[in-house]
Ligand binder design. Structure first.
Ligand SMILES: Cc1cc2nc3c(=O)[nH]c(=O)nc-3n(C[C@H](O)[C@H](O)[C@H](O)COP(=O)(O)OP(=O)(O)OC[C@H]3O[C@@H](n4cnc5c(N)ncnc54)[C@H](O)[C@@H]3O)c2cc1C
Length: 100
């Protein structure tokens, strides 16, 4: 998940650079890549920290340990700068699927 998140993010960043340099990447294609990277990376972070919380058991829920903070910090990434639901809508629209 980490490697895939990293590669999707690097791909979107490289597309932004290419777009800005006028190297044949359209805004639409960049936005699609960015939405995919954002959706996958943030949901992966939540999955990873949820599993970490479970592994730590009760300690994973106590403020004295950092795991609960990692889980909460990951969760907000699914909300800020376009929620997962909105990213899914953008991706679907980019694929030409009917979206309300
Ligand atoms: C810690 C934190 C920091 C923030 N910092 C900033 C900041 O610096 N700048 C800034 O501009 N904003 C910031 N925000 C706001 C953030 O961008 C919004 O919270 C986010 O865009 C979601 O908007 P909302 O809270 O109004 O939820 P709503 O838009 O009310 O959405 C609530 C839920 O409904 C879902 N939903 C909404 N519309 C649809 C739809 N059409 N189809 C399906 N599902 C839908 C959403 O995905 C979400 O799950 C921050 C939020 C937090 C929590």
């Amino acid at each position: 998940m980490l490697e895939a998140s990293r590669l999707l993010t690097y791909k979107a960043a490289a597309m932004k650079d290419a777009m800005d340099a006028g190297a044949g990447v359209s805004t639409k294609d960049f936005k699609q890549a960015a939405a995919i990277a954002k959706l996958y990376s943030t949901e992966s972070a939540v999955t990873a920290t949820r599993i970490a919380t479970q592994i730590f058991g009760g300690y994973g829920f106590m403020e004295e340990y950092p795991v609960v903070r990692f889980y909460r910090d990951a969760k907000v990434l699914e909300i800020g700068e376009g929620t997962s639901e909105i990213q899914r809508m953008l991706i679907a629209r980019g694929l030409g699927l009917p979206v309300e």
